[in-house]
Ligand binder design. Structure first.
Ligand code: MSP
Length: 653
């Protein structure tokens, strides 16, 4: 019989900088769902990728003095590496700069054009560059972009438009279809948005060229959302190699963050309606992971780096935490304390202890061999009912994208099984030879309940499942399938168990918090920055005070030279710093300066400056600095270069 198919996607991420735990969240959720469906026997297609065009990326690359593709290639390598570390089981990774995507997007554009749904006009609007979105006056919040809160600018340009308004009624009907857009709150938000009236959508730009050319007008590039959204079908080969497309489309679920629900539930279906293609079955808009101070952002320097946490606690622990701690449809706040408490209570105490106690007792009471189970007793029926009843409920929760409740359902078995140990008191049974039969059954039941748990957690934490199988002596494939979670009694009497290392070591939370506080990538960089800001402020004020006198010999120790700034870029990890390549005669040195508040990299390039040449080299936020460019405080509080007429490489006397 042909397997049922299941197609799931994540958004394609902007490779503007390395991804943080917020991006990881959606991908981990998609991965768990893909693994869950595979476990249930589905033929799964799981797609992720990167969204590589647009003005913002072009600008970032320019600031870094590289071509867009050079910049993007580096970030995309990092994204793929991250997914490898996190063991994300995607089936395909699409990059929108790939030929396969470019040519297919152009074909889709032509399809919509030939249908009469694309026309040329001019657009004047309020544009948010970072979000690449035009907004109407009424959509702004306090005059700023409603998505990111940054200022918008007025823009007018000739552009191609997609007749979104034509599809308004059908979109409204679609949004009202039960199950199409979840959670409910997002659905109501979108319905209200559409009811206010849909404007046609600008789908081309002519003020920059980092994009897919409009096939009928090479002055224009296709504006990002038509380019980005179509990835979900171009990756399947639509329209020229339709085999996979025909197999997997329509998608069962597009997982997206809440701020891009609008594009996925309104614009994307309208484009598909225009192309006369089937619509995705479900859009799910998940919440955001926030920090106590608000949004996580690279520019604010307060991101949580998933790799730092994986290196410390393991990939299973991080995945479990993300999906268990937060309710998927809502925002949640990340703190290290919440993370550590969750790892200790659920993983080290509940699950880890259960497995280690059980294996130890089987070793102690049964010589390490899973015994017979023919002396039933009180509590058995309840344990069996809880253990075999969970799968159906887990499935129901997963169908609703309620990961947290699904995991809680599995932990109900963990807790029930721990309680079963306390109720049956094996250590007392062991004292009386007459109770050996009952003791054996208790041991068997414990091992069997753990087997069911180990299969249920497979989509979320497969290393832990396999470690449990190893310790319980269960060969993969024997009682490790989804259907095996409905039946109690599959583990074989006579199986040899073997104690292994603790699944999750207990963490000393106080000590660990102190360690995390001092580390980068754990959400507290901002505080560290604040401290350094204060240090800098202090330095600035004390610079007003007269300094202690020095002798000419002291002064002589300073080697001042002239240098020409050849290149300059922003420091990738610190907003205040610029990194310059300074030519001083025959040598070129890298010098980091804290002047980004006053100068852009473009301002710096070409200047001939005065440099303290014999300053001991230091690393500033990971970047080597070999010297110091001198600046003078101007009366208006700005900084001015200490300039010179001399050529570079001269000694200043
Ligand atoms: N490129 C577009 C998506 C195009 S899909 C056809 C985009 N990229 S993004 O990199 O800015 O965001 C990708 C996803 O990451 C979004 O769904 C967004 O919600 C999610 N997240 C970014 N930061 C997040 C958190 N802090 N928490 C949870 N998800 C967040 O938008």
């Amino acid at each position: 019989m042909e397997k049922k198919k299941f197609y799931i996607t994540t958004p394609i991420y902007y490779p503007s900088s390395n991804l943080h735990i917020g991006h990881t969240y959606c991908t981990v959720a998609a991965d768990a769902m893909a693994r869950f469906k595979r476990l249930q026997g589905y033929d799964v297609m799981f797609l992720t990728g990167t969204d590589e065009h647009g003005q913002k990326l072009q600008r970032i690359a320019e600031q870094n003095n590289v071509t867009p593709i050079e910049y993007i290639d580096r970030i995309v390598d990092g994204v793929k590496e991250l997914w490898k570390t996190m063991e994300i089981s995607y089936d395909d990774f699409i990059r929108t700069t790939e030929d396969r995507h470019v040519k297919r997007v152009q074909k889709i554009f032509m399809k919509l054009y030939e249908k009469g749904d694309i026309y040329k006009s001019s657009y004047e609007g309020l544009y948010c560059t970072p979000c690449e979105s035009f907004w109407t006056e009424t959509q702004l919040v306090d005059g700023k972009c409603p998505d990111c809160g940054r200022p918008v600018e007025k823009m007018k340009e000739e552009a191609y438009f997609f007749k979104l308004s034509k599809y308004q009624d059908r979109i409204l009907e679609l949004l009202e279809t039960p199950g199409f857009l979840e959670p409910e709150a997002r659905k109501n938000e979108m319905i209200n948005f559409v009811k206010q009236g849909l404007d046609d959508l600008c789908i081309s730009r002519s003020t920059f060229d980092w994009g897919i050319p409009v096939p009928i007008d090479e002055k224009h590039v296709i504006y990002v959302w038509l380019d980005a959204l179509t990835n979900y079908i171009t990756a399947l080969g639509y329209p020229d190699e339709p085999e996979k497309y025909e197999k997997y489309w329509p998608a069962d679920i597009h997982l997206v963050g809440k701020e891009i629900v609008r594009f996925h539930s309104i614009i994307w279906p309208a484009m598909l309606m225009s192309a006369e293609l089937p619509l995705p079955k479900k859009i799910f808009g998940h919440g955001w992971i926030l920090l106590e101070g608000g949004k996580m952002s690279k520019s604010r320097g307060n991101v949580v780096d998933p790799v730092v946490l994986i290196n410390k606690y393991g990939v299973d622990a991080l995945k479990y935490f993300l999906l268990r701690e937060y309710s998927f449809g809502n925002d949640g706040v990340f703190t290290n304390e919440v993370l550590l408490n969750r790892l200790n209570s659920d993983l080290a105490n509940d699950l880890g202890n259960l497995v280690s106690r059980t294996v130890s007792m089987i070793e102690k009471y049964d010589g390490g061999v899973i015994p017979n189970h023919d002396v039933t007793g009180e509590f058995d029926d309840d344990l069996i009912a809880v253990a075999t009843g969970a799968s159906a409920r887990v499935e129901a929760y997963m169908d609703k994208m309620n990961y947290s409740a699904a995991l809680d359902e599995i932990w109900a078995i963990v807790r029930r099984t721990n309680k079963y140990i306390d109720e049956t008191t094996p250590w007392i049974l062991a004292k009386n030879e007459a109770d050996k039969g009952r003791l054996d059954t208790v041991m068997y039941n414990l091992a069997e309940a753990i087997r069911i748990i180990s299969v249920l957690i497979l989509p979320f934490m497969h290393h832990t499942s396999r470690e449990i199988w190893k310790q319980l002596g269960i060969p993969e494939g024997e009682g490790t399938g989804w259907k095996d979670t409905f039946t109690f009694g599959l583990i074989k009497t006579g199986t040899r168990v073997e104690k292994g290392p603790a699944l999750f070591p207990r963490i000393d939370i106080e000590k660990e918090l102190a360690v995390l506080m001092s580390m980068e990538g754990t959400g507290n960089e901002k505080k560290a920055d604040d401290k350094s800001d204060k240090k800098e402020e202090k330095k600035e004020t004390s610079a007003e005070e007269p300094k202690a006198e020095i002798t000419i010999d002291d002064f002589d120790k300073i080697e001042l030279k002239t240098g020409k700034i050849l290149e300059c870029k922003k420091h990738p990890k610190a907003d205040k710093l610029l990194i310059s390549q300074v030519k001083m005669g025959d040598e070129v040195r890298q010098i980091v300066s804290g002047v980004a508040k006053f100068y852009t990299p473009e301002d710096m390039v070409g200047r001939t400056v005065t440099v303290v040449a014999n300053l001991k080299p230091v690393k500033l936020r990971g970047e080597m600095s070999q010297g110091m460019i001198l600046f003078a405080d101007d009366a208006d509080g700005s900084l001015k270069f200490v300039t010179t007429d001399a050529a570079d490489g001269c000694t200043v006397k």
